[in-house]
Write a protein that binds this ligand. Sequence first.
Ligand code: HEM
Length: 415
Amino acid sequence: MHGQGGQTMSDKPLPTDLELTALDPVFREHPHDRLDRLRSEDPVYNLDAAVGRLLLTRFEDMRAVLADRSLSKDPRKVPDTPRRLALMADMPQAFEPSMLHLDDPDHKRLRGLVSQAFNQRSVDAWRARIRAIAKALLDALADRGSFDVIGEYAAPLPITVIAEMLGVDPGDMRQFKRWSDAQAHIFNPARSPEETAELRAAGQGLNDYFTRAIDARRGRRGDDLISMLVAAEEAGDRLSAGEIIVTCNLLLIAGNLTTTDLIGNSVLALLRHSDQRAKLCVHPELMPNAVEEMLRYDPPVVQVHRFALEGREVAGRKVHAGQEMVCSLLAAGHDPARHSNPHGFDIERADTTHLAFGGGAHYCLGAPLARAEAQIAIAALFERFPRLQLDPQHAVEHKRVPVFNGLEALWVHAA
Ligand code: HEM
């Protein structure tokens, strides 16, 4: 029954690593046929025996793995493998991990420095500003018959918000977007030499940009996040200059592509389910639940990982030290053992529990901000354009990158 080597007892081989990413044209548009099959035939699937990667597809297995603080996120702690070495070889300089790739105590130290800025109270204080940014973007679309929701609304909104929080110029938005898109290639094992060059250049560009921004704060502090980090560095040995840079990089990147994808995937789901959209228009108070349902149904981040530092059992299967457990967050939200009618989209679903923000010590720091941005952006878009429709002139196309799940563009008719 187990898929060692990709075979099952049925004749058809189980999908390969790449066939389980958006690089594959079938998976890109219809991921659940393959994920459902793995969940029922081989829920701890040997994705890549050479590197030691296992793919988990059951909700409860993943919830336990994500909550387990004895597992690691630091690739430097596991034996070097060709894939991990190749990944690091593409880094612009020596691998300087952000909190996302650190374990405690360093993880806790770096996260603690910025966590207050992203808690519910701080995010609530930004709501009025987020509404104003959404309004300005919609005003610019007022006379347009058709437009791309991603390029002209879902992308600029979160970039502007995080740029303002960090205290960098939102006017540099196009550059941020290019750097963010290029950085997403880091997860693409099949990237072209040009994409690798873009990835390196983006890493260098971001580092130089934030080095300048940090230097500028040394003489003149503001009330932004970079100033706060510089003050913490100067006050003692709580963080290094390199750590400020990787933290800024992480916040800028983590805070925009993902939220863009949540807004884009949500608008698409509502346009394709007119009954749900009509219900939301009549009952705007359903918006918070609707956003949770969207995170369950079509999550922007589809995979997170943890490394086993010692031998153990996961879901009844032996896992060796150094093996990587890849959690399919897309599969988690569609597990019939957790959700009834899992492939259905229901903004009134009573149990919207999902793993779209990961879990445990690394649970997404920006979750309250992402929720606020999505709730405000989706409501404002449909209020402004109540007759919004998909533009049939343009096919809906998903992005061709692993790990992230979003749309390349989403063309709509406003009237
Ligand atoms: C819908 C939008 C978003 C999604 C789906 C998302 C998803 C995730 C996921 C899956 C993780 C990894 C969790 C794990 O390994 O268990 C994560 C971590 C993180 N996210 Fe988000 N994120 C979103 C928006 C944001 C925003 C707006 C920010 C901040 C500006 C942000 C900042 C972070 C940070 C700093 C981490 C690292 C936390 C840690 O390692 O302790 N994210 N996010």
